[in-house]
Design a protein around this ligand. Structure first.
Ligand code: CTP
Length: 410
């Protein structure tokens, strides 16, 4: 079955948890554990109020990430902590969301790291309010709630029951399984509304190996990480992804159909077989040549005489898909791995191959095999330099661009 299972919907997601000051803050510790079990990367901001109920050490131990506390911490602000935190996560969850935090959010007050981050974010925000039932029912809180809802803030409603103040009423922080359900529902619905839902996308990845004889081959340093990350990000948005991969140490991302190949010629055949497709993304570092007439037996050394290798150029997969006569996909994307003159060479490649977009990357450092990448998106009309980031974030950003493309073409 293509597509992801409900159980996997949270895998690889990034969540920023803002822990407000309420006695129920202790539930956040269990929430972090349950989210981590589901493969979520949790970062946390602990407000001054939150610190009264849980310790930074317990939050950082469970989240396995640094805990952010002070707006004017020199180290955090040297890296523009609030801006970065507000942008690099898929969802911000405020739990417990106190009456005070809700009021500040509704009025746009930015007087600490949590509120500044909430004002600076361009990501969806979800709140899980908790307070005394009188405070919850107060016209001021209800008016703030309406303002927040109108602006798109998602709300995990407080539950009824015994409150910490000894009263009974509405105002208990939702239970952890209910919060998890709401978070899953959010990611499911945003995935269901993605224009990538049901689109067929082929991704080539990894190196190819070109046999010299039964024991030796020509290869390169590609790890496949960038291509696999792209396949995972597209699949997470509902695309049916066929990942045609040369030899790598990686396993297929959840929900992705992997077709393992060895040589460039096999990769060409499998890519052609995957047509028709809505998009083809050639990330593979395809070997440029194969050896003609590989012998059946191992080549032996011959008293210093060098073996003759007759090299033949491999088929250019990207070029042939871009120029396919009958089944040219609407969107074809290539990579340009360069060690110098990156943008100019990439522009030439875009024209030469006939694809729609090229992601140009400078591979003179440790990009091949490493976890980070620095790319420039080149199209016929524009070029855009993306910040140096992880291959996973490059994949997510590319996925957002592809979503925009399909949204506009609908
Ligand atoms: N590509 C391909 N088939 C090939 C060679 C390259 O599909 N036989 C694709 C790669 O997957 C990448 C793009 O073409 O998307 C550019 O690959 P790159 O290695 O940078 O360029 P080459 O075409 O090999 O050209 P050169 O080695 O001269 O830079």
């Amino acid at each position: 079955m293509k597509g992801r299972l409900l159980a996997d919907i949270l895998k690889g997601k990034k969540l920023l948890l803002i822990i407000g000051g309420g006695i129920a803050a202790y539930k956040c510790l269990d929430l972090i554990r349950r989210l981590k079990e589901r493969g979520v990367n949790v970062q946390a901001i602990l407000t001054k109020g939150g610190e009264q109920f849980v310790t930074p050490l317990s939050v950082s131990s469970l989240s396995e990430n640094k805990v952010y506390q002070e707006l004017f911490s020199l180290t955090d602000e040297a890296e523009m902590g609030h801006i970065r935190l507000s942008r690099e996560n898929d969802l911000i969850l405020v739990a417990p969301a106190t009456a005070d935090l809700m009021a500040k959010m509704a009025s746009g007050i930015a007087d600490n790291l949590a509120t500044t981050t909430l004002l600076a974010t361009d990501k969806p925000v979800m709140i899980a309010p908790t307070m005394n039932s009188q405070m919850w029912g107060h016209a001021a809180t209800q008016s703030n709630l309406s303002v927040l809802k109108e602006r798109g803030t998602l709300v995990i409603p407080p539950a009824d029951g015994d409150l910490a103040c000894g009263e009974v009423g509405t105002g208990r922080l939702a239970e952890v399984p209910d919060m998890i359900k709401e978070i899953e529902a959010f990611f499911l619905s945003s995935r269901a509304s993605s224009p990538l839902m049901g689109k067929n996308i082929t991704v080539t990845a990894g190196p190819t190996h070109e046999a010299i004889d039964p024991v030796r081959y020509i290869a390169n340093h590609s790890s496949g990480k960038q291509g696999y990350a792209i396949a995972a990000a597209l699949s997470a948005r509902g695309a049916n992804v066929t990942l045609i991969s040369g030899p790598t140490a990686l396993s297929a991302p959840d929900g992705v159909e992997k077709v393992a190949v060895i040589s460039a010629r096999d990769m060409m055949d499998e890519t052609a077989k995957s047509l028709p497709a809505d998009a083809v993304i050639c990330v593979a570092a395809v070997a440029d040549w194969y050896v003609d007439g590989t012998p059946d037996q191992k080549i032996k050394k011959q008293n210093g005489a060098l073996p003759e290798l007759n090299l033949i150029e491999n088929p250019d997969i990207l070029k042939s898909i871009s120029n396919h006569e009958s089944q040219r996909p609407p969107l074809v994307i290539g990579f340009a791995a360069e060690t110098e003159n990156v943008i100019n060479y990439a522009k030439t490649k875009l024209a030469k191959k006939g694809c729609d977009w090229i992601l140009a990357n400078d591979i003179s450092g440790d990009v091949m095999g490493g976890d980070d990448n620095q790319v420039h998106l080149i199209t016929a009309e524009a070029e855009d330099t993306w910040p140096h980031s992880s291959k996973i974030d490059v994949a997510k950003k590319l996925t957002e661009h592809i979503e925009e493309y399909f949204k506009d073409s609908e």
